[in-house]
Design a protein around this ligand. Structure first.
Ligand code: UDP
Length: 192
């Protein structure tokens, strides 16, 4: 269920399929990694083979950008609806609320993830937020330990791109977490 644009994979799952797959991943305790693909990232990946490799390692590459939809249409592909990083984050929070799963917010400047948590709780009052941590904490052991103690089902990583994607791939194996999503500046948007 993938299409390729200049060597970068993009998932062609519908929004509903994505949500169902992700809940199944949590229930079956599979680790998965969601990355948002837009034309800028596809171009960046042309200059940086490591980045291309890393983007292609993700479980789900969501089509975040109308440019990706257009390219799919020109290739007679199936990708017909845009799934932005922030929409995916909100969908995961909705699903987590409905299925009694927890989320953790890691990244952004001190205080921002806390405010984003408040914003999410206004929308989804039953959401379990297992913890929050800012993205400027230098002690990585402390970061890993804090997240593992919180045992979230879903970890949102807001360190900017591609830093967050490298961080996820480097730390997935050390973390007791099922779903990882790189969410860029989403906490800033939700907290504002
Ligand atoms: N950030 C962080 N730690 C860092 C660098 C950046 O937590 O070492 C945060 C920054 O505060 C902001 C987010 O990462 O909240 C990056 O947002 P931006 O919109 O630049 O990311 P993009 O969506 O463009 O990847």
């Amino acid at each position: 269920m993938k299409e390729q644009f200049l060597g970068v994979d993009v998932s062609s799952y519908s929004y509903e399929e994505l949500k169902q797959n992700i809940i199944a991943d949590i229930e079956q305790r599979r680790q998965s990694f969601i990355v948002a693909i837009n034309p800028e990232k596809i171009l960046q990946a042309q200059e940086d083979p490591n980045l291309k490799n890393l983007l292609n390692k993700a479980t789900y590459q969501i089509p975040d950008g109308v440019g990706v939809l257009l390219a799919s249409k020109m290739n007679r592909g199936d990708i017909s609806s845009r799934v932005t990083g922030i929409d995916m984050l909100l969908a995961l929070c909705e699903q987590a609320s409905a299925h009694d799963k927890s989320v953790f917010l890691y990244g952004a400047k001190p205080g921002v993830a806390e405010k984003a948590k408040d914003g999410l709780l206004k929308r989804y009052p039953n959401l379990k937020v297992a913890g929050v941590l800012d993205g400027y904490e230098k002690d990585q052991e402390h970061v890993i330990q804090t997240i593992n103690e919180a045992k979230p089902d879903v970890l949102f990583v807001a360190l900017g791109s591609p830093k967050q994607e490298y961080w996820i791939v480097d730390h997935m194996k050390d973390l007791d977490v099922r779903i990882f999503q790189g969410v860029g500046g989403s906490f800033d948007v939700i907290s504002g």
